[in-house]
Design a protein around this ligand. Structure first.
Ligand code: BES
Ligand code: ZN
Length: 882
């Protein structure tokens, strides 16, 4: 793809082939669904009030894997016509055709009502109307019927116009066996005996607001709900499997905070009548923003604050806030089509961080968001990146849009814009946008228009360059001038492909280290650095240090400093804000990977780092050490370990193993990061011994390990591959106290540096592990330095089974760990060949990106393998501690 000139970019053209004809428009759906949990089937009827815009003899809507019969239409004059139903599984459509009498179209323009009955299967693929199971307190397997409709799977539960801009009202009735609870988007209006079955009742829900099909939800099962918490008139509950109610209060607290925060921020009341947060034992994603009936995987909702790590609590807060933000951004105002999904997801991501930052300011959520932006830039610096907004036709293409570029790059770009316009102006523009488009659909330009009206700034021109082309710039500052050029890790992409643009409209904030700051909008033409931020010698500020470019750290670009400026900044790390410091490290490390900067400059920064508060910057050092450990010659691994101890040891010693009274909220995460790195790459004998001792003491109901360091302890223990530990951790996985513990022990099973144990875990993944967890587990296994290559062989052998077993949407995620298989060029070539020859139906772009990252890692290995030992031995303390 040729690179795009920012000034000539236009929104992508929609692909019409996947759009339904618009002659008939749905107004209200009256749905009756009767799931039979025992036989894993369901039956239903749909009565859909429509408006016919143009006389016709057919109605085309979406349906797949449904058997439809008994279809009729009733026209305004009361005539009932039977319909012939034709299903086209490839197009995922049903066509209702009405016989023509005397040449006249049987369906005149005007109102009409369609009726049909249908049956389907409660599948186990975590999409559409599906089955989830759990083992109850008596050891009996219980079944839940639940839904996941986004992107395009409402059509698997009932025939419908399954497009986000065919909004309608839904009146849902669920026919359920006595003893089962039922939940949907709105409150229950009444419950009556089912005339068709003695042990069933019909639970009728209030009509929803006008909304998209992908937001409809039904949940039926032996579930319990907490008492509702009243949040300014909105009843909020957590719905969960029996016996888990004690894990609900934290989510309720976050939900209350988020509801109030967003109603204030958007200045619009919560758009539904109640809010249920439902924990589903088998769930493909983290959570789903069904209006008033948000569904979650258990780890993202149910948590015990006393036994959870800070990061696990933060995850629950993030997910709850994110989904509640969608009630306005996504549910009330919805993108017209899937190319605009970033409007939903980037905004919810941005709002999630804003709300969580207000919930627990000490967590410094905007600082840790830097890590997420970095994850986005790591993909966006690839030739195989894509623009945030990108044409979508088929359902697979829609599903492929839920990636790091939509969420994390999109969210980062919004943060950059918010900081550029000012938070109040930005918020007022968002309010204007939501008010103007409530209950309706939008394209990206609608948001820019509202923000332009509010701010008077050229928002659209600036933002088009960020949304409609891939990549991001490298901003350079030298000789008193700032410039930009595209940043890329690799000189060329596979097959010469390149989705990285040429230039952007870059909001640049600069400051001198002594305080003065200024802002510029940098286009293709170099700009002089404002005099206010320049030091006495023209280029830098006091002490010879340069002006800080990307001051505050919210810009979605990298900054390139010359070697001298880098040295000067390494001496002034304490004068940078935490996000600025993180960016300096991340950008410098990116330049090493891109072969645009030497390793020595990065190592000098790492040596200078002595932050005792913020884990973010240390994660960059940690990631670098992890890569060194993979690519270095075997004989030099001890030098990597020694360098790790030299770089991390002092900070770890300072922080110790136990929380200290009054320590910062992020310190436990930093402690854990340092200990796990020392216990693995660092092969630190003291850390390993202490970890083993803590682990052994915790066995058989002994003293519990501090949850904040348990992950690190487990890493340092598995690194030692002691006999019996695998079995002990497997046993813990099988009887966990909380959802977080279950996941913690499961992922630990993938980290033993041992081929046999890696393969044993691979077997579990095809056996007892819930399909919702398997893709994440596989990615961890592939990233196992010792077991990864053998696991890769298994992946190839069992490819068809893996694809069949795991949710389609998670296929690319499950392969992500393969990007670390860079230690052996032949293996990397094999991975590349296989995944090129076996493209995924959904998410192949993510696979191609992963392969480019693999190639970049291999190139790094080629360049540095022979000299790495020498470079690292030069780290002070590394040569002697070996
Ligand atoms: N709308 C998504 C769920 C989703 C994801 C539907 C992919 C279809 C395809 C939901 O709002 C979401 O973004 N969930 C995230 C968690 C969130 C906190 C980032 C998820 O599931 O990972
Ligand atoms: Zn979302």
């Amino acid at each position: 793809m040729p690179s795009v000139d920012a000034s000539s970019t236009a929104p992508p053209a929609p692909d019409e082939a996947w759009r339904l004809p618009r002659t008939v428009e749905p107004i209200t759906y009256r749905l009756v669904l009767a799931p039979d949990l025992g036989s894993a089937t369901f039956a239903g009827t749909a009565e859909i009030d429509v408006v016919v815009h143009e006389a016709t003899d057919r109605v085309v809507l979406n349906a797949i894997e449904l058997a439809i019969d008994g279809a009729t239409v009733t026209t305004a004059d009361g005539k009932v016509e039977p319909a012939a139903v034709a299903l086209d599984d490839d197009a995922e459509r049903a066509t209702f055709t009405f016989p023509t009498t005397d040449g006249a179209a049987p369906l005149p323009a005007g109102p009409a009502t369609l009726r049909c009955s249908f049956t389907g299967i409660l599948n186990d693929k975590l999409r559409g109307f599906y089955r989830s199971t759990f083992i109850d307190q008596d050891g009996i397997t219980r079944t839940i019927a639940t839904t996941q409709f986004e992107s395009t799977d409402a059509r698997r539960a009932f025939p419908c116009w399954d497009e986000p801009d065919r909004k309608a009202v839904f009146e849902v009735t669920l026919a359920v066996d006595d003893g089962l609870a039922a939940f949907s988007n709105s409150p229950i209006v009444d419950e009556t005996p089912d005339p068709g079955a003695p042990d069933r009742r019909r639970v009728r829900f209030a009509p929803t607001m006008k909304m998209s099909t992908y937001l409809v939800a039904f949940v039926v099962g032996p579930l319990e709900a907490t008492d509702p918490v009243d949040v300014d008139g909105v009843p909020v509950r957590v719905v969960h499997a029996p016996g888990k109610g004690h894990l609900a209060p934290y989510a309720l607290e976050v939900a209350g905070h988020s509801l109030r925060f967003f109603s204030t921020y958007f200045d619009i009341p919560y758009p539904a009548d109640k809010l249920d947060l439902v924990a589903i034992p088998d769930f493909a994603f983290g959570a789903m923003e069904n209006l008033g009936c948000v569904t979650f995987r258990e780890t993202a909702l149910l948590v015990d604050p006393a036994s959870a790590a800070r990061t696990e609590l933060e995850r629950v807060a993030d997910v709850v806030a994110h989904e509640i933000a969608h009630m306005w951004f996504g549910d009330l105002v919805t993108m017209k089509w899937w190319e605009g999904i970033w409007l939903n997801e980037a905004f919810a991501t941005f709002m999630e961080v804003l709300a969580v930052d207000a919930f627990r300011p000490a967590w410094q959520r905007w600082v840790s968001f830097g890590l997420e932006r970095e994850a986005a830039l790591a993909v966006d610096g690839l030739r195989a990146t894509r623009p945030i907004e990108y044409p979508v036709g088929s359902p697979e293409e829609a599903d492929g849009m839920f990636d790091v570029l939509t969420y994390q790059k999109g969210g980062s770009v919004l943060r950059m814009l918010e900081q550029y316009l000012g938070p109040d102006t930005f918020r007022d523009g968002v309010r204007r946008y939501l008010r103007a488009h409530a209950y309706a659909n939008t394209v990206t330009g609608d948001l820019w228009q509202a923000l332009e009206e509010e701010s008077g700034e050229p928002v659209r021109a600036v933002m088009d360059s960020w949304i409609l082309q891939g990549g991001h710039p490298l901003v350079g500052s030298a000789g008193g001038t700032v410039t930009q050029r595209p940043f890329a890790y690799a000189p060329v992409g596979a097959d010469g492909e390149n989705a990285i643009g040429e230039h952007w409209e870059v909001p640049v904030l600069v400051r001198s280290l002594d305080g003065a700051s200024d802002r510029l909008l940098l286009g293709p033409t170099p700009l002089p650095l404002p005099a206010s931020v320049r030091g006495p010698n023209g280029g830098g500020s006091g002490g010879g240090a340069p002006a800080v470019v990307n001051a505050g750290g919210w810009g979605v670009y990298r900054v390139g400093y010359g070697p001298e400026d880098l040295t000067a900044l390494a001496g002034r790390l304490d004068d940078l804000g935490p996000l600025e410091r993180f960016n300096l490290f991340a950008d410098t490390w990116a330049s090493v990977l891109a072969d645009q900067g030497g390793l020595d400059g990065f190592l000098a920064l790492a040596v200078a780092l002595d932050d005792r508060e913020d884990p973010s910057t240390w994660t960059v050092v940690n990631a670098a050490l992890g890569l060194f450990d993979r690519v270095v010659a075997a004989a030099d691994r001890p030098v990597v370990a020694a360098a790790a101890r030299a770089l991390l040891g002092a900070a770890a010693t300072d922080l110790g193993w136990e929380p200290r009274p009054g320590e910062g909220e992020r310190v436990p995460t930093l402690r854990s990061l340092l200990l796990s790195s020392l216990g693995t790459v660092g092969a630190d004998p003291d850390v390993r011994a202490r970890a083993a001792e803590l682990f052994d003491r915790s066995r058989d109901g002994g003293e519990a390990i501090d949850p904040d360091i348990e992950g690190a302890v487990l890493q340092a223990v598995t690194a030692q591959v002691r006999p019996g530990d695998y079995e002990a951790i497997l046993a813990r996985y099988r009887s966990p106290g909380t959802p977080q513990q279950e996941l913690r022990y499961l992922s630990t099973l993938a980290t033993f540096p041992d081929v046999d144990l890696s393969l044993a875990t691979f077997d579990l993944l095809l056996g007892e592990v819930r399909t919702q967890n398997a893709p994440y587990l596989l990615t961890t296994l592939l990233a196992n330095r010792v077991g990864g290559p053998a696991v890769w062989q298994r992946v190839k052998e069992q490819w068809a089974e893996l694809l069949d077993r795991f949710p389609v949407n998670s296929h690319s995620r499950m392969l992500d760990g393969a990007r670390t298989l860079c230690g052996d060029p032949d293996l990397a070539a094999d991975v590349t060949r296989f995944l090129t020859d076996h493209p995924l139906r959904s998410g192949q772009r993510s696979v191609v990106q992963m392969l480019e990252r693999l190639a970049i890692n291999v190139a790094f290995a080629d360049r540095h393998r022979d000299s790495l030992g020498r470079s690292l031995a030069a780290v002070p303390g590394a040569a002697t501690t070996g």
